[in-house]
Design a protein around this ligand. Structure first.
Ligand SMILES: Cc1cc2nc3c(=O)[nH]c(=O)nc-3n(C[C@H](O)[C@H](O)[C@H](O)COP(=O)(O)OP(=O)(O)OC[C@H]3O[C@@H](n4cnc5c(N)ncnc54)[C@H](O)[C@@H]3O)c2cc1C
Length: 461
């Protein structure tokens, strides 16, 4: 019987349990849907990455990938009727949009007597599967990570021994991906090469250097993991096979993968946390609103453009605009600056990140933001406020990262690039002075925090 294999966040041939299962049932129609609900009207880096990965998947399938545009609730039943499919195979989708869409499509298929077969997910352990002994979801990362490791992941699935792809079906045009910013690995081949390079080279120093944006010693696999051109199960397996699981770099890397799994789990249990505070504790926080306050709008725009006058923040924001990616340490500092120095609610920043990141992922992005903003599960305490200059001096001690992305500071040697205000010619390159006074904004943030935490009716003494 013919089966449809609907690829979504699993744009790969290797280690793809859903594709393997479909291939074992008979002829397969490999399908990608260009869903207007997911692809933006504007050309976003994330969409360019998706289209690049789809084009590579098509090439790997000998040009026989079926690409259709439209609402999946229309497209999937249509193609099933066209090829008389008995089943549709997918890997499970757990984001709020994806889960809702899949429930709808599966129900329409069931009405037509077509089976919905979900095998695997974009995670080593499917969201919702790791629970406390009491059966409740984990609210804190460390015990989750422990239980997640104890749960373990299955080994990689072999590539299909035989893939009988149905030929000659009509296609909607696949839009040209548009330029992909930066050098992030996107396709299955590129992801595997980047991973091999990272394993052999950067993993040894990863635990020491992963916080150093000037060194570039991280895997850069976030976009490939988002698109599913590589699976975390493959990564965990390769670490074990190479005897690297217990090494400092291996342990640290597994912990980072666990953060990705944790945030997916949190989102699975709390779909509303995609765009709202997970914890209501700071619901009364008075924020500046860039949609109706001109000063907040001006500051928000300076932050978006990387013109805040804080070099480490600006370097990160410009890396985002030019490469569609930003180093994790700088994401934390740039996010903290928006929330705690400019007092703007985190979803405004999260939307900007999602619009510009090639790895833009609602679970990791929104919960990364909420960790910084103090509203999420396991969040950093609100009152721990990053000093953007001190962070720069600590994690970019030679100023190399700042000079790479902020040419107006290229004339300042070493660490002085972080403090243009202390050099006689600091602003000679046209770099803007700070838009706020960090010490004053820090005090303001703490006052707002105290006000938000105060029981209703009580005033400050
Ligand atoms: C405000 C903010 C927003 C973020 N938005 C996203 C996002 O949209 N998409 C995204 O994939 N990551 C996001 N992250 C997490 C992290 O910054 C990126 O995953 C990481 O920078 C990707 O680079 P890498 O692949 O070289 O990471 P590596 O250091 O090589 O880590 C390996 C993998 O572990 C996972 N990982 C690492 N750190 C984290 C983390 N803190 N949280 C969750 N997963 C992690 C990623 O899948 C990453 O590819 C965000 C973090 C913050 C603070």
């Amino acid at each position: 019987m013919t089966a449809v294999m609907w690829f979504r966040r699993d744009l790969r041939i290797e280690d793809n349990p859903a594709l393997l299962t479909a291939s074992q049932t008979g002829p397969v129609v490999p399908l990608v849907i260009l869903d207007p609900g997911l692809l933006g009207a504007r050309a976003r880096p994330r969409d360019a990455a998706f289209l690049t990965a789809v084009a590579a998947l098509d090439a790997a399938l000998g040009g026989r990938l079926v690409v259709r545009s439209g609402d999946p609730a229309v497209v999937v039943p249509e193609i099933c009727a066209e090829v008389r499919a008995a089943a549709v195979h997918v890997s499970v989708e757990t984001t709020p949009y994806g889960a809702r869409r899949d429930r709808r499509v599966a129900s329409l298929l069931s009405d037509r007597g077509i089976a919905w077969r979900a095998t695997g997910s974009p995670y080593a352990v499917g969201p919702g599967l790791v629970r406390t002994r009491g059966g409740t979801p984990f609210a804190v990362f460390t015990p989750f990570a422990r239980a997640w490791r104890e749960h373990g992941a299955p080994g990689p699935a072999p590539a299909p021994a035989r893939l009988d792809v149905v030929d000659g079906l009509g296609n909607d045009p696949l839009p040209a991906p548009g330029p992909l910013p930066g050098s992030t690995p996107v396709t299955e081949d590129a992801a595997r090469q980047a991973w091999a390079h990272f394993l052999g080279d950067d993993l040894a120093s990863y635990a020491r250097l992963r916080d150093r944006p000037d060194q570039g010693g991280t895997s850069r696999l976030s976009t490939a993991l988002k698109l599913g051109t590589i699976h975390p199960r493959t990564l965990l397996h390769d670490l074990a096979e190479n005897g690297l699981t217990g090494s400092p770099g291996g342990e640290r890397f597994i912990t980072e993968l666990a953060w990705r799994e944790f945030y997916a789990d949190v989102l699975w249990h709390n779909p509303r946390s995609a765009w709202h505070d997970l914890r209501p504790a700071l619901a009364a926080m008075p924020y500046a609103d860039p949609t109706n306050d001109s000063l907040a709008a001006e500051r928000f725009s300076a932050w978006q453009q990387g013109r805040t006058g804080f070099p480490f923040v600006d370097a990160g924001m410009r890396q985002l605009l030019t490469e569609g990616w930003m180093h994790n340490r700088v994401r934390m500092v740039a996010a903290s600056f928006l929330v705690k120095d400019l007092h703007i609610w985190w979803p405004h920043g999260a939307r900007h990140f999602l619009d510009h990141l090639t790895d833009g992922d609602v679970a990791s992005n929104s919960h990364g933001w909420q960790w910084v903003a103090g509203t999420g599960t396991d969040a950093a305490p609100y009152f721990r406020i990053f000093n953007p200059v001190a962070q720069g001096l600590k994690f970019d001690p030679e100023g190399a990262y700042v000079r790479r992305y902020v040419p107006e500071l290229a004339h300042l040697p070493g660490a002085s690039a972080h403090e243009p205000g202390t050099a006689a010619n600091g602003y000679a390159g046209g770099y803007p002075p700070p838009i706020v006074d960090h010490a004053a904004e820090r005090a303001d943030a703490l006052a707002r925090y105290a006000a938000a935490r105060r029981p209703a009716g009580e005033t400050a003494s």
